[in-house]
Design a protein. Structure first.
Length: 387
């Protein structure tokens, strides 16, 4: 995938360029003339063969990495001016422009059945409502329908735009439960919440049979940790209902996903996997404006991977879809702070604030009220005027 690389400052750019295999001298030269957009083009792409002489002619700084061509440009307008000088090479210039367009797109509107959810400005909140006995943080806390509905109503009052109801734990090491068990847990709760709140309801499941009945009970979104891969009927259910869908990156299955996960290049692999799942969803007839993506914090990720997802969350903008981020109370926070799941709110709020600055559109969390305040501050910092 041709993509724009996020970097916080020139030294951060240098680290990424070196990580991608550029020689130190080439990296230093590229950084010395670094511009706003650092673009990566796979060497196997035809564009990478055409561009180098054109970049040299126009004085565009560039370097060759292990598997990619790297260069930087000041703006989309500068790239347009360069491409107009050589219309015969439009096949090389157009894909780069499209990549910059995708990366620059920050505002989206998610279509959800008969509703729409603008995703611009202050990020939205998805409240987590686990109706399971064994979820890693709040398992068993909301196992009764009355308690679960009360919690859902509380989250809606505190500012949750979406309530995500799950009847099967996906914590590391968890084992799948039968669809009938999942249905018995989630359907009564969804029905009651559909009657009592105006919040958008989401069903957290990988099973088409569960999703179909959850939608009939009032769900608007299918949050599928397998990105429609576990159940071949899931894409048809989402398409036919007109729901929105969350496509999450997950390495392996919950039972085994934390058994020595590894990546050669985290973002290359996540972007490739999510791009493939997006293509599969759209090929199945799910419109692109009904798709959100989730990098899957804690799902087949090492501590270093989870931290990198925070540093370079903006890289996911290369997919051109709204970004959902779900760090709440997860084990990486426990590894850093030594806190147990129920006592990780401070770490969770720090993670949320970083994700807002990184461009997340929706934050999936347990603690709605505190998260709303953290988002309010982080969003105000991000959009503040210069003075």
């Amino acid at each position: 995938m041709i993509r724009v690389l996020h970097f916080p400052d020139p030294e951060g750019a240098r680290h990424r360029i070196l990580f991608l295999g550029a020689a130190e001298g080439d990296a230093n030269r590229l950084v010395s003339d670094l511009r706003a957009f650092l673009v990566s083009v796979p060497l196997g792409d035809e564009v990478s063969q055409i561009l180098p002489p054109l970049l040299r002619e126009r004085g565009v700084p560039h370097a060759r990495g292990r598997d990619v061509l790297l260069f930087s440009v000041s703006s989309k307008e500068q790239w347009d001016r360069i491409s107009k000088d050589d219309p015969a090479s439009s096949n090389a210039f157009a894909p780069v422009r499209e990549a910059i367009d995708r990366y620059q797109t920050r505002e989206h509107t998610l279509r959800i059945r008969d509703r729409s959810l603008p995703l611009s400005g202050t990020p939205r909140i998805m409240g987590i409502l686990n109706v399971t006995p064994d979820s890693f943080s709040d398992g068993g806390k909301f196992i009764s329908v009355d308690h679960a509905v009360e919690q859902g109503e509380t989250m809606a009052r505190e500012g949750a735009d979406i309530i995500d109801v799950g009847g099967e734990s996906t914590r590391p090491g968890s084992v799948a439960v039968p669809a009938e068990v999942e249905l018995a847990r989630v359907i009564p709760v969804l029905r009651e919440l559909a009657e009592r709140t105006d919040a958008i309801l989401s069903i957290d499941t990988t099973k088409a049979h569960v999703a179909r009945q959850a939608i009939a009970a009032g769900a608007h979104i299918v949050n599928d940790t397998s990105a429609l891969a576990d159940d071949p009927e899931m894409a048809d259910v989402v398409r036919d209902a007109g729901c929105a869908v969350v496509l999450m990156h997950r390495r392996g299955i919950p039972e085994t996903m934390q058994q020595e996960p590894s990546y050669v290049s985290l973002f290359e692999e996540i972007l490739a996997a999510l791009s493939g799942r997006m293509e599969a969803a759209e090929a199945a007839g799910i419109p692109g404006d009904r798709i959100m993506i989730d990098p899957g914090v804690g799902f087949g990720k090492r501590l270093s991977d989870n931290l990198a997802l925070h540093r370079h969350l903006s890289d996911l903008r290369n997919l051109g879809k709204p970004i959902l981020f779900g760090p709440s109370r997860k084990s990486f926070i426990g590894k850093l702070t030594g806190r147990e799941p129920g006592d990780r709110i401070s770490g969770s709020l720090a993670s949320v604030a970083i994700a807002v600055l990184g461009g997340a559109h929706v934050l999936r969390v347990h603690d709605v009220k505190d998260t709303k305040e953290a988002i309010c501050v982080a969003a105000a910092v991000m959009r503040g005027t210069e003075c």
